[in-house]
Each structure stands twice: as C-alpha cells, then as structure tokens.
Write a protein that binds this ligand. Structure first.
Ligand code: GLY
Length: 309
C-alpha cells in the first residue's frame, strides 16, 4: 500500500519483542497489534494503554497465544471511523466493486467484547454514498495498477476492508477471497448470474458485462455457540429451522448432521439472512425468525442492521 500510494494506517513489523516494547509508545493509544500469520480472524488486539500493550506483546510473542502466527507481529496506528467492507470482482484490466457491506466483528452488542470471525452484516453500509464511492473507486484503481506494476496476475474476488475516517477512506486489509459474513448479504442482492461474471473474469472480459443488483437491502445475523470466541461445546441439536419463513436463507458454517439432526460443530454456527426494502425491515425479518430457532448456549447480537435503534 505504501509503495502504491494507497491510503492506510502507519505501521511497522516486529519479530523482536524488545524492539516492539521500546517503540510501542510512538504509535499512540489505543494501538492495534496483529499476529502476522493466520489466527482464525482473532489475531488482532487493541490495547488501550502502554500496560495493556506490553502484556499483549508478551502474550503473542513470548507466550505464543496464536502459535507461530505470532512469530512476526504488525503494530499499527489506531484509525477511528466507520468500517466498511467492499468486495470487488477483478480481472487483469478491470476492477468492479460490489455493493457495500458492514461487518460486525465484536461478539457483543455495541461493538463490545473480543473480536470474532464476524457476528453479522448488512448491505449496503450505512455511510456509503456517491462521494465515498468515488474515493473507493480511486483506491480500487490504484490497487489494480499495483497488481499490474508488481506483475501479479490476480483475478477473481478481492476483499477490501476500509476505515472511513475524518480524513477519508483508508484501507485496513485486503483478503484474496470473499468475506464472511459479508458475502451472505452482498450476493443475496446480486441479480446478474455469478457464473457469467466468473466466466467473464477468466476471459478478461469483465469490462464488457453489466453487473446488476436487486432493489432490496439485506441482513445476515450469525448464531454462535455459547462461549465463542473462547472455548465452546459442540454437538448441540439445532431446533426450529423447519419453521422459518420461506424467504429466509440459512447459511451453514459450523454444523453437521448426526442421526438426522442438524447439530452445532463450530463457533459460528449459522447465518440467518433476509432481504427487504430497507436494512431495518430485513433486520426485523431476521430477528422474528431467530425467535423460532434454538440450541443450547445459542448466542447472537441483537443490534445487527438496527441502524436507527
Ligand atoms: N468478515 C471479515 C472477513 O471475511 O475477513
């Protein structure tokens, strides 16, 4: 991002804990500390002060809380603003953003508690407007130019996590995949055949097709196992799925079938998804239907898509 002039947070990588501790104050507080390797979406900690930062560095780098993923860490300036996810279709000549989405990563309402792999999403994001879409287009264009300059033959789906700050949109992360649970809300609104888009990407003809979305908005709420993202039990029978309204879609994440019953088999269990004329109406539909579902220890946030609550 720095090489390609893409707006992002000030950061530095560390493999030596003493160096990290010596320099931690220069980022200000709160500060973002990330395990550089894969940590199931949980390897980011946001200490509020020096004391918390040092104990986080020790947990990740000395105690190996995230295993080898913490051999290298990234310390980053904390960006304040509203997070927005943009998924984009990419081929060698063109990058096309999908409709925006807002992800909720914290386990409890009002962004409280530890990070998770995602507790729910809605699409479109509440702050997305024409001005922001121009800024995002420019950043996506620079990203595509970066792929070309670096000779990366990247095609497919690009996930860009943005923080919309008072100084404009800044990139928090790229993922070379769809987002979860953004995809549930975003593809729910896609009208054009996804297969046709993928074929166009393979043939480098993305610029020749038009990609349309239905005139509705969407919400996905994740039901999780009690205790997640820390320890949780598996194998709880999920009841009530047969009673959901016909237009509700259940995306299975952590489930399996045992003796003809659907049981929990992960932290994030199922995503309940609905569309309606507005995010608020879609959220109402989702929450009405969640009342019909039950499994022991079931947890979910009650504020996804409740923008004006
Ligand atoms: N929802 C965040 C991600 O897919 O990375």
């Amino acid at each position: 991002m720095i090489r390609h002039n893409i707006p992002t947070a000030k950061y530095k990588e560390y493999t030596n804990i003493d160096e990290a501790i010596n320099e931690i104050d220069s980022f200000g507080y709160p500060v973002v500390i990330k395990a550089d390797g894969l940590a199931a979406g949980k390897g980011v900690v946001i200490p509020q002060n020096r004391e918390e930062a040092i104990s986080t560095l020790k947990e990740i780098m000395s105690d190996k809380k995230f295993g080898d993923a913490g051999d290298k860490i990234v310390v980053e300036e904390f960006l304040e603003g509203i997070e927005t996810s943009i998924l984009a279709f990419v081929d060698n000549d063109t990058i096309v953003p999908m409709v925006s989405a807002k992800d909720h990563k914290k386990v409890y309402n009002n962004e409280q508690g530890p990070n998770t792999g995602g507790m729910g999403t809605f699409s479109p994001s509440e702050i997305y407007n024409e001005e922001l879409s121009k800024e995002v287009d420019e950043i996506l264009y620079k990203t595509l130019e970066g792929f070309k300059k670096d000779d990366l033959n990247y095609k497919g789906i690009l996930f860009v996590g943005f923080m919309i700050t008072k100084d404009g949109a800044k990139v928090l992360e790229y993922n070379v995949r769809f987002g979860d649970p953004e995809t549930q809300s975003v593809l729910f609104r896609l009208e054009t055949d996804l297969h046709k888009i993928m074929e166009a990407i393979i043939d480098n003809k993305l610029k020749d097709i038009s990609i349309n979305y239905i005139d509705e908005e969407a919400v996905c709420v994740m039901l999780t196992s009690g205790g997640y993202p820390d320890n949780y039990e598996k194998g709880k029978v999920i009841k009530g799925l047969e009673n959901l309204d016909k237009d509700i879609v259940v995306f299975h994440s952590g489930t399996k079938i045992v003796d003809n019953s659907v049981v929990t088999n992960g932290g994030r269990v199922i995503g309940i998804t609905a569309k309606a004329k507005s995010v608020e109406d879609a959220a109402k539909k989702v929450y009405e239907n969640i009342k019909k579902i039950n499994f022991e220890g079931m947890h979910f946030r009650t504020d996804i898509g409740m923008i004006n609550q």
